[in-house]
Design a protein around this ligand. Structure first.
Ligand SMILES: [Zn+2]
Length: 424
C-alpha cells in the first residue's frame, strides 16, 4: 500500500500514464448483481479488479484470495461508470476566469461528477488551454475527478475561409485536444439558412479533423442541419434535434452515414429544485421555462421534439449516446437527463446509452462502457436495481475509476438511496 506521498513522487518521476497504475487497487466486489452490459445481468456474482482493469466476472459465491481488498456487494448492483459525452466543465474563458475556476470550483465540481457516477466526461468546447490544464491536474492526481476527454473549439463561422479553419484545427489538435466540439451549424440556428462560407468552413473543419484522426462534433438542432452536417462528413452530432421533427427517412440517412447523436434531451424539459425551491419550471441556466429556452419560440415545444426525435433516430438504426450539455449540479443533471430519456427509452436502452454507446461516441469502446473482462475498472456500486426504476441509477454508494475507489459512501445514512429531487 503506497502512501499519498510516494504516489505523488511516482507521478513526478514516472509521468501521467503510470500514475493511474500506481494508484490502482486490486480488489474484489462480492455478492452483487452485475449489469455487465445491455441485456447481460448476473443476478449474484463477483467482480475482480487487477491493475486497474476488470480481471474476472464470476457468477455465484466467491472466495477472495488473502490480502485482497474486499468490497461486499450485499445484493447491490454493479454497472459501468457513466460517460457524459458533452458537458461544460469550466465556467468562463481566458486565463483569469480559468485560474479562478481552478482555485475555487474545480475540485468540488469534479467531485460532484464522480459522486453522480460519471467516471468519464467529454468537455463541451471549454477554454482550450483551461480544459487541457484540468485534464492534466486530474491525470496527475492533483484533483480527483473523472477521466476527461478534452474538446477544443474552432469557431468555423467566425473564421475567414477554409484555410483559416484548417489551420485552427491543426493548432487545437497539436495543442493536445482529443476532439473538436461546440460548433453550431448554422450559427443562426433557425430558419435554416447557412451562408455559403459557413458551410464551406465547416466542411473544411470536419475533413481536416478527420485527417488528424479526431472527431469534429457538430451541434445540429434542426432536421436540415442534422442531415446537412452528416452529408458534410460529421460522424458525431451533439444535441437531439429541438426545432422540428426528424423524419424516419432522415434518420435512415444519419444511420447510413454511420453517424451518432448525443442525447441532451433535458435541454427541452424544465428542471425543478436545482436553482430555487419555488416549484417553478426552469431552463438549464435558471431562467424561467419555457420563455428562457435559448433559440426558441418560447412555448416549450422542445420538450416534445427532443425525446421523439431520439426515438425516431434510434428506431432507424442510429446509436444514441448520453450527454447533458449542462453546467449545473452533476447529480441533478444526471437525474434530469435520465428522467427525460425515460419518456421514450426503457432501462435496457438506458444501460446501452450510458455505457457502450457513449464509449463508442468517444472512440473508447475497447476500454469503457461495460463490465466485460479486460476493460478499465470504472465501476459503480448502486444501492438498488435500475431495472426497478431509472432513479436507481442515481446516487452510487461506491465509485471506482481505473481500479481506484474515488467515492465511498458505505455506512452513510443516505448512501445508495434513490434520489429524484435535487437542489443546492
Ligand atoms: Zn454544449
Amino acid at each position: 500500500m503506497k502512501t499519498p506521498m510516494t504516489c505523488l513522487a511516482a507521478a513526478v518521476t514516472l509521468g501521467a500514464l503510470v500514475v493511474g497504475q500506481a494508484h490502482a487497487q486490486n480488489l474484489i466486489i462480492t455478492d452483487a448483481r452485475i449489469i455487465v452490459g445491455p441485456g447481460q445481468v448476473i443476478e449474484r456474482g463477483s467482480l475482480e479488479v487487477k491493475d486497474g482493469r476488470i480481471a474476472a466476472v464470476t457468477p455465484g459465491p466467491s472466495k477472495p484470495a488473502k490480502g485482497m481488498t474486499v468490497v461486499k456487494g450485499d445484493g447491490m448492483t454493479l454497472i459501468a461508470g457513466y460517460i457524459d459525452t458533452h458537458r461544460h466543465l469550466i465556467q468562463g474563458r481566458g486565463p483569469e476566469a480559468v485560474a479562478d475556476f481552478m482555485a475555487k470550483n474545480a475540485a468540488d465540481r469534479m467531485r460532484e461528477l464522480l459522486e453522480s457516477g460519471v467516471t468519464t466526461v467529454q468537455s463541451g468546447g471549454d477554454d482550450n488551454a483551461g480544459i487541457l490544464d484540468l485534464k492534466r491536474k486530474i491525470e496527475s492526481g492533483q484533483i480527483k475527478g473523472p477521466r476527461i476527454v478534452a474538446s477544443g473549439q474552432v469557431p468555423t463561422f467566425r473564421l475567414k475561409d477554409e484555410a483559416a479553419v484548417r489551420e485552427a484545427v491543426r493548432k487545437v489538435v497539436a495543442d493536445g485536444a482529443d476532439s473538436i466540439a461546440e460548433v453550431h451549424y448554422p450559427e443562426m440556428v433557425w430558419p435554416f439558412n447557412p451562408t455559403v462560407q459557413e458551410t464551406k468552413n465547416l466542411t473544411a473543419g470536419i475533413t481536416e479533423a478527420a485527417k488528424l484522426g479526431v472527431d469534429f462534433q457538430v451541434h445540429a438542432v434542426s432536421d436540415q442541419s442534422l442531415t446537412g452536417a452528416v452529408h458534410m462528413g460529421a460522424k458525431k452530432l451533439i444535441h437531439s434535434v429541438n426545432i422540428n421533427f426528424v423524419s424516419a427517412g432522415q434518420a435512415k440517412e444519419v444511420a447510413a452515414a454511420g453517424a451518432m447523436v448525443a442525447s441532451i434531451t433535458g435541454f427541452g424539459s424544465p428542471n425543478f429544485d436545482v436553482f430555487s425551491k419555488d416549484n417553478k419550471p426552469k431552463f438549464r441556466d435558471g431562467k424561467p421555462w419555457p420563455e428562457g429556452i435559448v433559440d426558441s419560440q418560447g412555448v416549450g415545444q422542445e420538450a416534445g421534439y427532443m425525446p421523439v426525435n431520439l426515438r425516431t433516430l434510434h428506431d432507424n438504426g442510429v446509436s444514441i449516446a448520453y450527454a447533458t450539455d449542462t453546467t449545473f449540479f452533476a447529480p441533478a443533471a444526471l437525474a434530469h437527463e435520465l428522467k427525460t430519456l425515460s419518456l421514450v427509452f426503457s432501462v435496457p436502452d438506458l444501460v446501452e446509452i450510458l455505457g457502450p454507446n457513449s464509449a463508442k461516441f468517444l472512440n473508447k469502446g475497447n476500454d469503457l462502457g461495460s463490465l466485460d473482462v479486460g476493460k478499465l475498472a470504472d465501476i459503480l456500486v448502486l444501492g438498488g436495481n435500475p431495472y426497478d426504476g431509472f432513479w436507481y441509477f442515481l446516487n452510487p454508494v461506491v465509485v471506482i475509476k481505473g481500479g481506484q475507489i474515488v467515492v465511498d459512501k458505505r455506512g452513510q445514512p443516505d448512501a445508495g438511496k434513490p434520489i429524484v429531487r435535487y437542489g443546492y
